[in-house]
Design a protein around this ligand. Structure first.
Ligand SMILES: NC(=O)c1ccc[n+]([C@@H]2O[C@H](COP(=O)([O-])OP(=O)(O)OC[C@H]3O[C@@H](n4cnc5c(N)ncnc54)[C@H](OP(=O)(O)O)[C@@H]3O)[C@@H](O)[C@H]2O)c1
Length: 290
């Protein structure tokens, strides 16, 4: 298979390139210098030149505060960018695999969200990603849309810069006597290595549609931090942050746990409990002896 990965040097994109290459695909990794998804001509020129069987889009504007302050730009990339990819893929007969987010939900369900649950985004990021999903679904039959949650990987997240949550916790534990983390937001930390492997498996099927794709289980950020410290044997005074200690500038769902119902019903779910993915990441990626 000839596979193009858009956002090929991103946190997820780097692992997607690796996973599809390991699977024997001929992979072209496109960076932002190679393609601008908000620009229809750029998308058409680049993809027609490469003529892939499958396009995997990991590119997005996903810094939540930046999306809120620049809604037109966020819509141009997350919604119209997805539409541009879908239109060109449809015209070429290619498959489009696209990454979306748990932030399409408002969090009020308080039980894991399934694919059929009605979305209700709370912020610009979630709204523009949801619009991107709809554009894809209404443009191109041969699509996979995967919603994921709280991803972490070996390559840094380019939009958020700096350290991922795991690295940040380990750094703070070294620098401070006490680390304080919120216990009011529930997610499923998902390793990009695991997600990329799942994407390869799903891409070999023709069961097109919408998929929830996260590790199994759920935790608050506080519980995530506690597991990081337990697995690394880090001695630290970990405390629950007060309700107003880290005020969110943009509304976010306080519960965005996803159930991989569609993957499970096909017998294709590859994900392990989030603690297992974290343990593997720590052994492999972070280089910290356990
Ligand atoms: N991070 C999370 O916790 C999380 C949770 C749920 C879903 N997601 C979704 O997961 C996906 C991957 O996230 P990530 O953390 O891997 O992101 P990332 O590290 O920021 O990588 C995004 C990649 O896309 C490129 N890009 C950005 N805007 C582009 C544009 N207009 N045209 C072409 N390329 C562009 C970036 O290049 P430059 O950096 O050079 O601009 C970068 O290579 C996104 O779709 C995001 O919405 C993320």
């Amino acid at each position: 298979m000839k596979t193009v990965v858009v956002g090929g040097n991103g946190q997820l994109g780097s692992d997607v390139v690796r996973a599809f290459s390991d699977n024997g695909d001929e992979v072209a990794a496109l960076t932002h210098d190679d393609i601008e998804i908000a620009d229809r001509e750029s998308v058409a020129n680049k993809l027609r030149q490469l003529r892939p069987d499958i396009v995997v889009n990991t590119a997005a504007m996903h810094h939540v505060e930046n999306c809120e302050s620049q809604p037109e730009k966020a819509f141009a990339i997350n919604a119209l960018g997805a539409r541009n990819l879908a239109t060109v893929c449809r015209d070429m007969g290619s498959v489009l695999m696209h990454v979306s987010t748990d932030y399409v939900f408002d969090g009020n369900k308080r039980r894991p969200y399934e694919e059929e649950d009605p979305p209700c985004p709370l912020n610009v990021y979630g709204n523009t990603k949801l619009a991107g999903e709809y554009f894809i679904r209404s443009t191109l039959h041969k699509h996979f849309v995967l919603r994921t949650s709280a991803i972490y990987g070996k390559s840094p997240c380019r939009a958020k810069r700096g350290l991922n949550f795991i690295q940040l916790m380990l750094k703070l534990a070294k620098e401070r006597d006490e680390v304080r983390v919120v216990d009011s937001e529930f997610v499923t930390p998902t390793s990009t290595t695991e997600l990329a492997r799942q994407m390869v498996v799903l891409s070999r099927s023709d069961s097109y549609g919408l998929y929830h794709a996260t590790a199994e289980g759920a935790c608050s950020w506080f519980e995530f931090a506690r597991e990081i410290f337990a697995l690394t044997g880090t001695k630290v005074n970990l405390k629950i942050a007060g309700p107003n200690e880290f005020p969110a500038k943009v509304p976010r769902p306080s519960y965005s746990v996803l159930e991989n119902r569609a993957l499970k019903s096909l017998g294709l779910n590859q994900f392990k409990p989030w603690q297992v993915g974290l343990c593997e990441y720590l052994q492999r990626g972070a280089g910290i002896p356990l």
